[in-house]
Design a protein. Structure first.
Length: 120
């Protein structure tokens, strides 16, 4: 598991959403790491394949082709920790739809990433 030295457990963020998304990860100076064994949505919403979101859809498809995301026991999961450039990119790949990662990623207590960042 990738984490910063001295990282606090409350700095681990979670997404639990429709179509099987159940992921956890952590903000790092380099971006946002989604942890191995995190589950991604089985499929994507139709609008995710079009226009302004197509690059995120293409990234998701590439991660599947490269087996970073694999099918396991009727679920789609990360086979390894994976660093995304931003929390929003990570959230969109995990959820299979457009998403604001700063509001979608939450601590176990339900605090949004944007609120945790403001406290830093």
């Amino acid at each position: 598991m990738v984490s910063e030295p001295g990282a606090k457990k409350d700095n681990i963020f979670y997404i639990k959403a429709a179509r099987g998304a159940d992921a956890q990860g952590q903000l790092t100076p380099e971006g946002f790491v989604v942890y191995k064994d995190s589950k991604v949505a089985i499929d994507v919403v139709d609008s995710f394949k079009k226009s302004s979101f197509q690059s995120f859809y293409n990234l998701r498809q590439r991660l599947i082709q490269e087996e970073v995301i694999i099918s396991r026991q009727n679920e789609m999961v990360f086979s390894q920790d994976y660093l995304f450039s931003s929390p929003s990119t990570a959230a969109m790949v995990v959820m299979g739809r457009s998403a604001n990662g700063r509001t979608e990623w939450k601590t176990k207590n339900g605090k949004q990433l944007k609120d945790v960042e403001q406290e830093m």
